[in-house]
Design a protein. Structure first.
Length: 133
């Protein structure tokens, strides 16, 4: 799989780790003939390069990704604009969106004393798309 099971962090926020692959996707049913805004809420990363290098992908194409602080000050919103159906593989009824990281990391390799052998990307609370206004 591209996503690990749902879990909660120390303050109770639900999220899923991406991994073990560098890119994790979801399929969304949307009006893909119109320009879309793709967004994800990034909550966790094991290394600074994972946090800084996380970016959005649509139909396998990495997008220029903006970052802004989440409204509650917890986490970072990743945001990208997708123009036209051609940029989404020509499909009009659905779109495959995802998050890509520069590398995945085995938890035990970066957390001394951990026995966690999972290869993780980043912790994402949500990932979605909406029409660009």
């Amino acid at each position: 799989g591209e996503w690990y099971a749902l879990e909660r962090d120390a303050v109770g926020r639900a999220f899923r780790w991406s991994g073990p692959a560098r890119t994790a996707h979801v399929e969304l049913v949307v009006d893909a003939a119109r320009p879309l805004v793709v967004e994800a809420l990034l909550l966790h990363a094991l290394t600074p390069d994972q946090w800084a290098g996380a970016r959005l992908v649509v139909e396998g194409v990495a997008l220029p990704t903006e970052r802004c602080a989440a409204g509650d000050g917890e986490g970072t919103i990743l945001r990208a604009l997708v123009e036209g159906a051609a940029a989404r593989g020509g499909r009009l009824d659905a779109v495959r969106v995802g998050v890509e990281v520069p590398r995945t990391v085995v938890v035990a390799d970066v957390a001394p004393g951990s026995a966690d052998a999972r290869r993780l990307g980043v912790g994402i609370a949500w990932l979605g798309a909406r029409p660009a206004s």
